[in-house]
Design a binder for this molecule. Structure first.
Ligand code: ADP
Length: 358
């Protein structure tokens, strides 16, 4: 992105000699815009080109405008009345304004001012985007560092609890033993929270994509969750699952969170019945994880994906990070994730991922 501030500059790409002389002269005399006459002449705020110069340098003009992103670099095209009738559609798509020559100076001034106003607004927005990106990165690094730093003292505390319990467990009275059990339970909970925060922060780092067999990934996820599956008497059914180009470790987290939630948020006296399936639609894969659990209230369907969001009585097990992490992973890979509550029948969590590159 090129910067704001300083004098405004117009890049004049004019092959037509008369246009060039007229406009250069006019810009120098009348306008508070500095003219530049060649691509690569530094940052500019607007490009004014005639049709032949534009046709010759089109790719470079496009590259210049792309490099201005996220700010907007307007293009004003000058065409003769005769050319106007035969302009290819793609040129109309490139140009933000088209003026037919000979141009009245008042008209040109008006159009340029309008384009420059939009340009100035876009520069402010672009600066805000850059600042937001920076503070987002800072926040991510902060979350990572804080979680990391918390890990060490927690390991010491957990170690001390274990030592007391092993060495002095027999000598403790009932209250002390109970307090020790609470301390152990809470330190394990804090460790899970730290692990989840670290995983969340890590999603922001650059990771390699590879071809992943989602069926195999589900197998190993289910193997990890076997204790919970056996304890709850759950059955997991599956449809065909795709092979996708994705970040394996991150997709594993998504599957793990969705299946673990399906096990966790079960209805009393109803062993979890989970179905993982997929279908290909319009160039993307739609993967669904359906359960017969307590369901998500319709008005909370979007909120459950927020950080630290928890709905209803959750039994004190989670931290509300799992679904936020799933959303972060899926959105960073170009997909969407949502839940479709099925009143009294559980919920279906669905996500999409691009099928390209299979
Ligand atoms: P956690 O499970 O750690 O609380 P999550 O981000 O995974 O955090 O989930 C957020 C909330 O969404 C949960 O607290 C729960 O209320 C709800 N939820 C998630 N998955 C399900 C599910 N399969 N069925 C019903 N509610 C769910």
């Amino acid at each position: 992105m090129d910067g704001a501030g300083g004098p405004r500059r117009a890049l004049l790409l004019l092959e037509h000699r008369r246009n060039r002389e007229l406009l250069l002269d006019w810009f120098r005399r009348e306008h508070d815009l500095e003219p530049a006459t060649a691509l690569g002449d530094g940052a500019v705020d607007v490009v004014v080109a005639d049709l032949s110069a534009f046709a010759a340098g089109r790719e470079r003009v496009r590259a210049l405008r792309d490099s201005a992103a996220p700010a907007y670099l307007p293009l004003l095209l000058l065409v003769s009345a005769r050319q106007a009738e035969r302009i290819p559609a793609t040129v109309w798509e490139d140009a933000d304004e088209v003026l037919t020559t000979p141009v009245r100076q008042g008209e040109l001034r008006l159009r340029l001012e309008r384009l420059l106003q939009v340009r100035a607004r876009s520069l402010q927005t672009a600066l805000r985007i850059v600042e937001l990106g920076r503070s987002n990165t800072d926040l991510q690094q902060f979350a990572y560092a804080a979680a990391h730093e918390l890990s060490n003292p927690l390991t010491v505390v957990a170690g001390a609890i274990e030592t007391i319990s092993v060495r002095h467990g027999d000598g403790l009275d009932a209250t002390a033993a109970e307090l020790l059990a609470v301390a152990r339970q809470q330190s394990a909970r804090l460790q899970r929270l730290i692990d989840d925060l670290l995983a969340y922060a890590r999603v922001g780092t650059v990771s390699e994509s590879e071809l992943v067999d989602v069926g195999e990934l589900l197998d190993s996820t289910l193997a990890e969750l076997r204790p919970q599956i056996e304890a709850t008497g759950a059955s997991v059914e599956r449809g065909p699952l795709p092979r996708l180009v994705t970040v394996e470790g991150q997709l594993r987290l998504v599957l793990r969170n969705l299946v673990a939630n399906a096990l966790k948020y079960r209805r009393e006296n109803h062993p979890p019945r989970i179905r993982v399936s997929s279908e290909e639609r319009d160039g993307e894969w739609l993967v669904s994880v359906a359960d017969n659990g307590i369901g998500v209230p319709g008005d909370q369907a979007a909120a459950v994906f927020d950080m630290f969001a928890r709905v209803g009585a959750t039994g004190g097990e989670g931290h509300g990070i799992g679904l936020a992490l799933c959303r972060r992973v899926i959105e960073r890979q170009g997909g969407r994730i949502w839940v479709e509550p099925q009143p009294r029948h559980g919920s279906v969590f669905r996500f999409t991922l691009p099928a390209a590159g299979r």
